[in-house]
Design a protein around this ligand. Structure first.
Ligand SMILES: [Fe+2]
Ligand SMILES: [Fe+2]
Ligand SMILES: [Fe+2]
Ligand SMILES: [Fe+2]
Length: 440
């Protein structure tokens, strides 16, 4: 039997205020938590931040004080849900550990969405973003090992590969090139609308997290790397939000926001392996169904249309967290050299890029001294003889080839680690592993 969220009453808004004890629950144990419980927790925080922020934006456009008050009542609940989700994270989970969690969200969520996206163009955009966050996971992993002695597997639990992707130094683009073509609100599937808002919310919160925490390390190269990757997340927010039809009304957007929350909590509830956290997802789903009812009523009142025209009659699964290694490897090997082209198009290979490509200017400017994300590999080399990489051997053996294919010929930072240097590191590591083993 299919679940039609519009037919559910959900928890009435006047029952949704919770006490402090309920709002601030107990955090999970970082060494025992399933990595996909952590990714759900990180994503739902992002979804709630977006839901809360949208209520404030919406309220600023409303003339009617009764509407304003109703929207702010829901916004206050989103605010408490955000706290509950974010504060499930424990105090002893370091910023770098949480960062690896954020990038695992981005990789495995975007890979799921790409494979469940009915619009081919939107899928192509997801695949493009995927390879950038995949590289971020790799760059941060070098610092996690060097600064805190953490192997990435302690966080990603072997579910997500950690290896070079499209090099981060090439993620910086002219803003005009990041703008993609938007869907048509009248013909786009509800799945496309929910998929985009889900990944957009995740990317926005990743940006916010780096903005608020990147300065918390003394290591200057790491601080610079947070700044560099935060700038890419800013581009990701621009890229994903540009896919949304700007002709959607505010009431239509309100409806899609609540529907997106419903769909995400529904998926979390279905997939959760931690019984205590599953109860949170169940309660929050019930609350969101209440919000959806209110959004549907306001949509009907102001638009004189049926909400089903916008969000359909069925639940959507936007965030099924599963290991996506095979899919990611396929995209990696095929598209690591892809770049953004004007008018929302792509260059399949950077050999097609013209000399006056607008992103060259941005890349040459930001990395005119050096690219912090390139020093990351060298830091891995200092602490571990080679870079920190986790993947099956057949993929690990292709790392230098992937790097070769991913590196541009122009706008390459002076501190770039070229395939030859990486290969030397790998060989050094292999020879010294034998030596080290003898010592033990
Ligand atoms: Fe919410
Ligand atoms: Fe990222
Ligand atoms: Fe991202
Ligand atoms: Fe909501």
């Amino acid at each position: 039997m299919t679940f039609n969220p519009l037919k559910e009453k959900g928890m009435p808004l006047d029952k949704q205020m919770r006490n402090w004890h309920q709002i601030v629950g107990k955090p999970y144990n970082k060494t025992e938590v399933d990595c996909y419980t952590r990714t759900r927790q990180i994503l739902m925080n992002g979804i709630e931040v977006e839901a809360w922020g949208f209520k404030h934006q919406l309220g600023r456009y409303l003339a009617d004080n009764e509407d304003k008050a109703n929207i702010s009542r829901i916004g206050r609940i989103e605010n408490t849900q955000q706290m509950s989700c974010n504060w499930m994270g424990p105090a002893d989970q370091t910023v770098l550990e949480t960062t690896l969690g954020y990038e695992q969200v981005a990789v495995d969520l975007t890979a799921w969405l790409a494979q469940n996206e009915p619009d081919k163009y939107v899928k192509e955009v997801f695949d493009f973003g995927l390879l950038e966050d995949f590289d971020h996971l790799y760059r941060y992993s070098q610092f996690a090992y060097a600064n805190e002695g953490i192997e990435p597997s302690a966080i990603v639990q072997g579910q997500t590969d950690v290896i070079v992707g499209r090099p981060t130094q090439h993620h910086h683009n002219c803003n005009g090139l990041r703008i993609r073509n938007h869907y048509d609100k009248n013909t786009a599937s509800p799945q496309t609308k929910v998929n985009i808002l889900t990944v957009l919310s995740g990317e926005q919160q990743t940006h916010n997290f780096y903005a608020e925490h990147g300065f918390m390390y003394g290591d200057h190269v790491l601080r610079e790397t947070y700044a560099e990757i935060k700038d890419v997340e800013e581009e990701h927010v621009t890229m994903y939000e540009s896919l949304i039809d700007p002709n959607e009304s505010l009431w239509e957007k309100f409806l899609i926001h609540e529907f997106t929350e419903v769909c995400n909590y529904y998926t979390c509830m279905e997939d959760e392996v931690d019984d205590r956290i599953k109860k949170h997802w169940e309660i929050f789903l019930d609350m969101e169904l209440g919000h959806l009812q209110m959004a549907a009523e306001m949509f009907k009142k102001y638009e004189k249309r049926d909400p089903e025209e916008v969000i359909g009659t069925e639940i959507i699964i936007p965030c099924r967290f599963l290991s996506q290694k095979d899919y990611v490897q396929k995209v990696l090997e095929k598209e690591v050299n892809k770049r953004l082209a004007p008018k929302g198009e792509f260059y399949k290979n950077y050999d097609e890029i013209p000399d006056d490509w607008a992103s060259y200017l941005v890349q040459e400017r930001v990395a005119e001294i050096s690219a912090p994300s390139e020093n990351a590999i060298r830091i891995g080399g200092i602490y571990h003889d080679r870079d920190i990489a986790e993947a099956k051997e057949t993929l690990l053996n292709k790392e230098t080839q992937i790097l070769e294919k991913g590196l541009q010929k122009r706008a390459v930072a002076c501190n770039t680690v070229y395939p030859k240097e990486l290969d030397d590191m790998i060989k050094k590591h292999e020879s010294r592993e034998d030596e080290k083993e003898k010592l033990i």
